[in-house]
Design a protein around this ligand. Structure first.
Ligand SMILES: Nc1ncnc2c1ncn2[C@@H]1O[C@H](COP(=O)(O)OP(=O)(O)OP(=O)(O)O)[C@@H](O)[C@H]1O
Ligand SMILES: Nc1ccn([C@@H]2O[C@H](COP(=O)(O)O)[C@@H](O)[C@H]2O)c(=O)n1
Length: 261
């Protein structure tokens, strides 16, 4: 008999977490019909339940999967409106927006960063920074957010952008998160370039200029399109026509997120 003493049903799963190894250990040596005694000690009463250990184990497995951060990747060409739509999703659906590009720019600007020059060289030339750097920044930002706000639903914008990003994420993070889907904003090169050049009048970004944009588009076509195809094969992609104005695009986005509830 496994004894689990807890103040309430909701905290039982947390108790189970700390008892998990011992429960599993016993399970290996006993029949799955063996019972665990759940004792709720919350005053004024004391409730005692006998529950098959196998059910507790399944409940714990569900708890673990429920407690994994949920991730939506947001992809599309430069200027397709990923950041703009992510801000709207944050307001309406309570996700946390993590832009890989923003995190890289922040790291580039951080005093003493050993990666500053390498990041800037890649950004200016529209190339993709090695995944070890980007993935560490993303994981760190996810952990910090979870700790500070408790929010564990993330829009990861502009990632994964190439095979290196995909492999690095798969190796380090895929077991730690629940991949919900991939939001893909489709928009023509001409329209995206016009948007980025306009943004460049005030953004101060070193890559919102015609020369860098040409390179960024080459990277998008040569590297990122293959990643979107990879997720399409897994039926994970939700494609959105992003050529309309931002509010119209968001109507389409909203329909997708509403389906998830
Ligand atoms: N649907 C839209 N119609 C017109 N302009 C838009 C639309 N969506 C975004 N914009 C504008 O286009 C520019 C690029 O948008 P945004 O930064 O959201 O794109 P992005 O895909 O995140 O770009 P990047 O990958 O280069 O960071 C911004 O100046 C934004 O205000
Ligand atoms: N996964 C990523 C994402 C971005 N970069 C670099 O940052 C540049 C800007 O990205 P935006 O998403 O803000 O447009 C991009 O062109 C890359 O140089 C990256 O390396 N890896």
């Amino acid at each position: 008999m496994t004894f689990i003493v807890s103040r309430s049903a909701s905290s039982t799963l947390h108790v189970l977490k700390s008892r998990w190894l011992s429960v599993i250990g016993r399970q290996q040596h006993t029949q799955s019909s063996v019972e665990a005694k759940l004792i709720f000690t919350k005053p004024p009463g004391r409730l005692q339940l006998n529950v098959p250990t196998a059910i507790l184990i399944r409940a714990y497995a569900a708890f673990i999967s429920m407690s994994k951060p949920k991730v939506v990747f947001v992809l599309g060409p430069p200027g397709s409106g990923k950041g703009t739509q992510c801000e709207k999703i944050v307001k309406e659906f309570g996700y946390t927006h993590l832009s890989a590009g923003d995190l890289l720019r922040e790291e580039r600007n951080r005093e003493g960063s050993e990666y500053g020059a390498l990041i800037e060289d890649n950004i200016k030339n529209g190339r993709i920074v090695p995944v070890e750097i980007t993935c560490a920044l993303l994981e760190n930002a996810m952990n910090k957010t979870k700790e500070a706000t408790g929010n564990d639903r993330f829009l990861i914008d502009g990632f994964p952008r190439n095979e290196d990003n995909l492999q690095g994420w798969t190796n380090k993070m895929s077991d730690k998160v629940e991949q919900q889907f991939v939001l893909f904003f489709e928009c023509s090169e001409q329209q995206c370039t016009e948007r980025c050049l306009k943004r460049g009048e005030s953004s101060g970004r070193s890559d919102d200029n015609a020369e860098s944009l040409k390179k960024r588009f080459n990277t998008y076509i040569n590297d990122t399109v293959g990643i979107i195809k990879h997720y399409e094969e897994q039926q994970l992609v939700k494609k959105i026509d992003a050529s309309a104005d931002a509010d119209k695009v968001f109507e389409r986005v909203k329909a997708i997120f509403a389906e998830q509830k």
